[in-house]
Design a protein around this ligand. Sequence first.
Ligand code: KG4
Ligand code: ZN
Length: 382
Amino acid sequence: MKILSIETSCDETAMALVEASGGVKDPKFKVLQNVVSSQVALHAPFGGVVPNIAKREHLKNLPVILDEVRSSTPRGELNSVGVIAVTVGPGLEPALWTGIEFAKQLYAKFKIRNSKLKLVGANHMEGHLYSFLLEQKTANPKSQILNPKLYPAIGLVVSGGHTILLLMKSLTEWKKLGETRDDAVGEAFDKVARMLGLPYPGGPEIQKAAAQGDPEAVNFPRPMLHDNSPAGEYDFSFSGLKTSVLYYLRDRAMELNSQRGVQLRYDVAASFQKAAVDVLVAKTMRAAREFDARSVILAGGVAANQLLRETLHDIVGNTEVNSHGRIRVAGARGRRRAIRMHFFAPSMEFNTDNAAMIAAAAYIQILKKKNRRIAAQANLTL
Ligand code: KG4
Ligand code: ZN
């Protein structure tokens, strides 16, 4: 099945052409086209995304991107599209509507040639969650994740708007274990970057600055790390961490303007990044232990963060589940009966917003026979 997908929930206008096959236990995706047009430079002066600018730019970009997809697709291939998929939420309402209206028009046009054509509304967060299944050009060998032995899995979905921890019984069944009570982790990266005078989006900038700083320089708080109460065990909070960076910088105005200022900013970036990653990793692994997880799936824009990816990759890779499903650290006795835990994260090109992941979410939704309203749903969640 060929899916033409559209994503306009925030500040990227994106379109993709994806070939999907397989059933709900082994869906496979081949990304034929993946075009992302970023508006980052336009929103940067405002320090965040301005909904009406996003809307205006999506309206301008969508026909241009469609032409780009058309011109790089072999003749006739678009005629065999069976599904048009579009993000219906969560996201900025005016931005979502531009994609939805464009998808409806395209559907009406394509439907004349193909009476079986479907229009499917997809959840942006499901797109992030399934983005580890996407590979460019070839179907993903990683689909071994669908082996039921790899569940339960813990899903950590971290973006500019969400921080969610999931317990997944299968690829399509999950329970939310926790989420942020205030700022999303990506939002905290963006706000701290702003305090340090770095441009939007802040995540990649903090990562760059942190590479030259000392992560142990400042001992920022690790919010809710030691909250073991049933109500707070798997929830996150990043607003306190952000505020303590603010106070730390406010108390050092003189030093920041001195020669040492540059290094101090690097140290703050590195220490903030370390504190945020420590909390995400600790809560994910706590859940993995409690629920005897066989794998960990990382998703969302913040999954591009190298420290987060590498720390989780190493810690999951050094963890084994024995034949009774109990987790222990590799190397202990009884090794032969132990199964290694698996770690999955999207390829770098599919971490941040893109439309290929929307095609994946739409396909899995079709397999589940679930319909969504084709209307903007700004607060849709997982
Ligand atoms: O998933 P995404 O592209 O958009 C939303 O759905 O929100 O995520 C964007 C977020 C931004 O907050 C951005 O700063 C963050 O992901 N981000 C990163 C990195 N790359 C992007 N955060 C930390 N480290 C990165 N390398
Ligand atoms: Zn996103």
